[in-house]
Design a binder for this molecule. Sequence first.
Ligand code: RUB
Length: 332
Amino acid sequence: MSLELDKRILEIADGIKTMRIRGAGKIARAAAEALKIAAQTYKGPREPVEFRRYMDRVAELLISTRPTAVSLPNAVYYVMYILEKTEGGVDELVDAVVRRADEFIESSLQAVKRIGEIGARRIKSGATVLTHCHSSVAVSVIKTAYEMGKIEKVYSTETRPFYQGRITTRQLLEAGVPVIQIPDSSVRYIMHEIDQVVVGADTIASNGAVVNKVGTSQIALAAHEARVRVFVAAETYKFSPMTVIGELVQIEFRPETEIVPRDWIDKHPNVKVLNPAFDVTPPEYIDAIITEEGVIPPQAAILILLEKFGWALEKIKHGVIHRVEFEESLHE
Ligand code: RUB
């Protein structure tokens, strides 16, 4: 018989699925928080094996909510790994999960701040910057650069169909940054005014390809054509170790009703509507990736993976990796 989960856990899972909680970093932190709540509200048998089984169930539920951002499974595995490392009774395991979740959340927030500082140094004085979607990390870079007096103005795309660009615009306005909201389709027209593009990432593959909000690759293409530099701001837990062995990143397709209203679909039953939420920008169109560890060329993504996942990569190569072992090297 499976235990009933605390309402807050289900709310977080549903929040991620329905995008009330969104953005790769926030999703990761929310998942860590849900694991913490799960541990704190465990009411099952006082057997460690039962507690582990229950936590596995919560972990699987969280990972199943959205497929593209690797930050989500990376965060979950990071927290869950402590269950492999901790001995003792259920009380000890609960404490360990709570501490581990707090540690992830804290280090994730620190990383966002640090990338803001490192990234701001890469913004040139008097820059006009273009950003896409809403990335907390990209906003952190832009805000910090603005505080340093470097930003003249920012173009923020609407980011159809979900309009996350409006969140970016609002946050930048609140910080006093001059910001202009533009439709996604005007990016190439506006590109001659842009000095630098700064975007976030959901997942970075081992070859340096960046998976981010759909439209990012078109922006990168237009920037490339206009010789405008493209920077990706991303914490190291957005790098995907499984891509080292050729696993592809799954692109999420969201409901058609985000694109057109239900009654329109009903009136045009033969029209197929597609709503891919992310796309892949090849490394050739990216100038640098700004992480909390420093700035790297996209081609050096493998070095981040080797540094953070080195031990696990050996096992991945031999096909004997399982997700918890994986996590060990991620954070050592
Ligand atoms: C959000 C998106 C963001 C990245 C990075 O997509 O693509 O650019 O997740 O965000 P969605 P952050 O709105 O579909 O989740 O820097 O905040 O982690």
